[in-house]
Design a protein around this ligand. Structure first.
Ligand code: UD1
Ligand code: CA
Length: 451
């Protein structure tokens, strides 16, 4: 089947009053990405020739977020058909297939869009394809009115519907696909004589039928795909659904999740094969995990890469710019930021490594801190391959510890340590034999004299 080229119009002019937010609704994030970004990613999977986004006045932040997709400004919110008209002004007489989507409905899948555009190629060459659904509660949705042959005759909005029409359970999910060659004529005829005084996109169906064109319905079985976000509670619900999708995808791709409901992903999290993720792990955006990595419970990752075979956690925090090398070990209560931990190195307990390199097979003792910030500037620490840093060491950057060097426990290292040297920087130990026993005897004596 040859498909006509595709254009997508994404409506995002709504202010989202019920979000009670300074941020335009479509910029609220789901799995770490603005809702409208999800819609753009979904349409990108269909390789559209053109994408146009309709925004409201002053929504420069939305325009910046969707770039390079061009935006048209809908001056006044006069309804969904008016918004589509604004979008069409960017498409310049495009005569392929045109799909209209909402920026606040981020869970729709490429497969559903594909089914809709395929239906435009159906036997009676419909001019309009509407995405239908049967929600548990149809209240508030437009109802799809079918004719005797099962074809779509018109859509009636809740407010304009008669009691009989309101009893119809087949509803308009909101997404519509058009034959672009006939779309301009149809949209141009839509008026606003209805209960809301708005230009309803849904009137396209009745108008197309009046022009002798066919209209078709494609139904989506999983109504969660077309869940729109109008409130923070709906945002949380969409997040929940997307997290479940991401968990399922991770497992399908060969990761073990010890307790899937407690693992939280970003839209772009990449897990290798045979990764094992323990309970209560959070992946913020920008994380790539290699093959056979074991992530123990209670870890947090953000803008991090972890190479094959590494072991992380429990209770590790990997911050932006952490690069964990193959087979490295990062243990409990360890924070790593903007640092490369090379192959097989071990940073196992209670440690902060920031702005640093830790060479291959180096061992960083418990409680080691890179003092990377002097209150004004960040400085780097370089630790060579095979170096051994004793417990409770402060490495005052900028500082270098050479390959194979040893730093004694409890040191505050302010000067470079050459390769294979030993450095210790702490007070020398004084040991006084018998002192403690004499001390106790003296104190006991003082106490009995006072009584
Ligand atoms: C719309 C449909 C209804 C369908 C429902 C599904 C119409 C007339 N009705 O109703 O049949 O069941 O979606 O959720 O289309 N928007 C603009 N500019 C406008 C108006 C809306 O950009 O002037 C955007 C909104 O930001 C939103 C989307 O279009 O993302 C839908 O608008 P909304 O007012 O929520 O439509 P509904 O009344 O829900
Ligand atoms: Ca709505």
């Amino acid at each position: 089947m040859t498909r006509r080229p595709l254009a997508c119009v994404i409506l995002a002019a709504g202010k989202g009053t019920r979000m009670k937010s300074d941020l335009p609704k479509v910029l609220h994030r789901v799995a770490g990405r603005p809702m409208v970004g999800h819609v753009l990613a979904t349409v990108a999977a269909l390789e559209p020739e053109r994408v146009a986004v309709v925004v409201g006045p002053g929504m420069d932040d939305v325009a910046a977020a969707v770039a390079p997709a061009p935006t048209a400004v809908q001056r006044q919110q006069q309804g969904t058909a008016d918004a589509v008209r604004a979008g069409l002004s960017l498409l310049g007489g495009f005569d392929g297939n045109v799909v209209v989507l909402y920026g606040d409905t981020p869970l729709v899948t490429p497969a559903t869009l594909d089914t809709m555009t395929a239906a435009l190629n159906g036997p009676d060459a419909p001019a309009v394809v509407v995405l239908g659904m049967r929600p548990a509660n149809p209240h508030g949705y437009g109802r799809l009115i079918l004719n005797a042959d099962g074809g779509l005759d018109r859509i009636v909005e809740q407010l304009d519907a008669t009691p009989e029409e309101r009893a119809v359970t087949l509803c308009n999910a909101g997404l519509m696909a058009f034959d672009g060659a006939r779309m301009g004529e149809i949209i141009g005829r839509i008026g606003n004589s209805n209960a809301k005084g708005e230009y309803y996109l849904t009137d396209a169906v009745e108008i197309a039928r009046g022009l002798g064109m066919a209209c078709a319905v494609v139904t989506v079985d999983d109504t969660s795909e077309v869940l729109g976000v109008n409130s923070r509670a709906e945002l949380a619900e969409v997040e929940r659904i997307l997290q479940n999708r991401l968990r399922t995808a991770a497992m399908i791709n060969g990761a073990t999740l010890a307790d899937p409901q407690t693992v939280y992903f970003s839209h772009d999290t990449v897990l290798g094969r045979d990764v094992v993720v323990g309970q209560h792990v959070v992946f913020s955006p920008g994380v790539t995990i290699g093959d056979r990595v074991e992530i123990k419970p209670f870890c947090h990752f953000e803008k991090v890469t972890v190479a094959d075979g590494a072991t992380i956690g429990p209770y590790a925090r990997l911050r932006p710019g952490a690069e964990i090398g193959p087979d490295a070990h990062i243990g409990n209560f360890v924070e790593i930021k903007n640092a490369r931990i090379e192959a097989g190195a071990k940073v196992n307990h209670l440690t902060y490594i920031g702005d640093a390199r830790v060479g291959a097979r180096a061992n960083i003792g418990a409680g080691t801190i890179t003092c990377n910030y002097d209150g004004y500037f960040k400085h780097t620490t370089d630790i060579g391959a095979g170096a051994f840093i004793g417990s409770n060491t402060a490495l005052v950057a900028p500082v270098t510890v050479g390959d194979g060097a040893i730093v004694g426990a409890g040191s505050t290292i302010t000067g470079d340590v050459p390769a294979d040297a030993m450095a210790v920087a702490r007070g020398r130990q004084a040991t006084l034999p018998g002192w403690a026993a004499r001390f106790r005897a003296q104190k006991q004596d003082d106490k009995s004299r006072k009584a």
